[in-house]
Design a protein around this ligand. Sequence first.
Ligand code: ZN
Length: 280
Amino acid sequence: MRLLDRWRVLCRQNPPIILWLCSVMSVVTDRINVLTYHAIADGPGPTNIPADTFRGQMLVLRECGYTAISLAEFAAWHAGEVNLAPRSVVITFDDGFASFAKHAFPELAANNWTATVFLPVAYLGTEESWLGADPVPRRLLTWDQVAELASAGIDFGSHSRTHRDLRRLGTDELRLELAGSRDEIEHRLKKTPLSFAPPYGRTNRHVREAIGELYRMSVGTRLQRAGRTCNLLDVPRIEMHYFRDLRRWRAYLEGRAEWFFLARRSLRGIRALAASAVGA
Ligand SMILES: [Zn+2]
């Protein structure tokens, strides 16, 4: 029997074994978990993670031997310029909520870990009011807080200016969202931001190309670990509200929760297909 046929038979007969092997390989080899958080708060919905849950997730990461690295280190690894410790993780926060300073930063600092916070720059110092905002609006960091956190080792990327669906903008508006936010962060922090996170994770090829003209990398919402061959303008991330259950989080990090991971990915794929079918 040819090798390929044997492989097909093995996959058909032993899907759990194959999945387990894949998960263990991805834990111990060249794939990085890039984590997504929004607010560290008690509110409802997937964009709020309570502070004690966040602390627990960080504790499990540490106990499993993980170390947080920056997106710049990730990009250097992606380019083949450096090697990383076997269990490296990138921690990101979308929307620049003020709860980052109160609840997330102290926990990160205690571990000597960094993170990247993506800022919708026009909203800094105010509260969210974009499409899909929480019913009880959450406050964003002020520029003073951003500067203080930057001097303490936190990295800041752009989340556009006004948190709109970039696919729906004309060329000039898109440029303003991308370049305007980059220039504002550069002006405030005296450092050019390396990375971008599209609002709602919504992009298309045109938007990604425009991002690529101004930023080294852009993060997305595909639920996968990020490998060295991933598109640096659509880096997959792990949405952390799926791992509020700390036992599940530990199991995932140890390669024992691949069924859950696969099920979530499949469900998201089905939802995306259904949405595109009705033109949402
Ligand atoms: Zn956002």
